[in-house]
Design a protein around this ligand. Structure first.
Ligand code: ADP
Ligand code: MG
Length: 343
């Protein structure tokens, strides 16, 4: 058994600027494992961006085109556990021999080896043996090799022998393509405007995007209705509410002073300068959105302004969000800062 999940393929790994290098290097390695200069191939990137998918796609491709090759996928966590068991059971030699026979070794999440000196030593020997025998090594990591603290230098320098490629957050167009691909795979149709709305609202990572689509489909079938804007809005709102952490007045002041060039004194003071009024109004707007405070209390936090000032601020910012792309972008960024989706 190679421990590969057959679902992960190149066909369903949507290409975009965010993953082009990694994907094409992966394909090159899949076509000629151990032969290209991409050895080892190291794919790194944040959570949910497709590392496991991509490195397993390489394994699946090799398995289906070169069935004589021994391909093995293993998470670093499992590798560490196997190593520890081997020590405990006095079977270290068997462990090492097993790994040295592999033609294509796929080791996921190598950051997990950090600080585990003995396991690293063992992996170092396996790595050298495989590399010298022209076998392919593929790894993933949640950060670039230079940031892998707790990893031996001799290993790190070997990680850089081949090719290192990162996966980034998919841009809007790629998110659209990913959603379409998923829907297509499930034989589901939804309107373009809904797809765009989803791609617009969920811009963190692909796993989260998939999660939203899954719950959307669940809601639709549960309520026997089609997926329209209404359903999309409610579903998103529920999901967002689920992982919401309470946002306090102080959190908002912190964010505003960090995002704009203003101080607390400016925000609470009387200045009518545009550079200060705007951030102050944004702060009021966010307090209205993110806290349950009555308008009166919000005003109180701004040097004792009354509630009509807060109403005016909220209205003004709402109008600007709809009419001014720059303002919309800034607000979007603040929502993101607070891990919220604007619905
Ligand atoms: P990671 O290992 O980086 O945390 P995964 O490989 O587990 O991320 O990806 C998370 C989910 O997103 C998986 O279901 C995967 O199939 C999907 N996914 C990630 N990138 C893409 C992509 N470019 N095209 C299609 N699906 C993707
Ligand atoms: Mg993974």
């Amino acid at each position: 058994d190679s421990y590969l999940n057959p679902h992960y393929a190149f066909d369903n790994f949507v290409e975009g600027d965010c993953n082009r290098l990694g994907r094409s290097a992966g394909l090159a390695v899949a076509q000629r494992p151990g032969v290209t200069s991409f050895n080892p191939l190291m794919i790194y990137g944040g959570v949910g961006l497709g590392k496991t998918h991509l490195i397993q796609a390489i394994g699946n491709y090799i398995k289906s085109t070169q069935s004589n090759k021994f391909v093995l996928y293993v998470s670093s966590e499992k590798f560490v556990n196997q190593f520890i068991n081997a020590i405990r059971n006095n079977t270290l030699q068997a462990f090492t021999n097993f790994y040295m026979q592999i033609d294509v070794l796929i080791l996921d999440d190598v950051q997990f080896l950090a600080g585990k000196e003995k396991t690293q030593e063992s992996f170092f020997h396996i790595f050298n043996h495989l590399h010298q025998s022209g076998k392919q090594i593929i790894m993933s990591s949640d950060r670039p090799p230079r940031d892998l603290a707790g990893m031996q230098d001799r290993l790190l320098s070997r990680f850089k022998w081949g090719l290192t490629a990162d996966l980034q957050q998919p841009d809007f167009e790629t998110r659209i393509a990913i959603i379409q691909k998923k829907l297509q795979a499930d034989g589901i149709y939804i309107k373009d405007e809904v797809i765009e709305y989803l791609a617009h609202s969920v811009d963190t990572n692909v796993r989260e995007l998939e999660g939203v689509i899954v719950s959307l489909m669940a809601h639709a079938s549960l309520n026997r209705r089609e997926i329209d804007m209404d359903l999309a809005r409610t579903t998103l709102k529920n999901i967002v509410v689920d992982n919401e952490k309470e946002i306090t007045v102080d959190n908002i002041f912190d964010a505003i002073t960090a995002h704009f060039d203003v101080t607390m004194t400016d925000l609470k003071g009387k200045s009518r300068k545009k550079e200060i009024v705007f951030p102050r109004q944004v702060a009021m707007y966010l307090m209205k959105e993110f806290t349950n405070l009555p308008l009166k209390s919000i005003g109180y936090h701004f040097g004792g302004r009354d509630h009509s000032t807060v109403i005016h601020a909220v209205q003004n910012i709402s109008v600007l969000i709809d009419s001014d792309k720059d303002v919309e972008g800034r607000i979007q960024k603040l929502y993101k800062h607070f891990n919220r989706v604007r619905v």
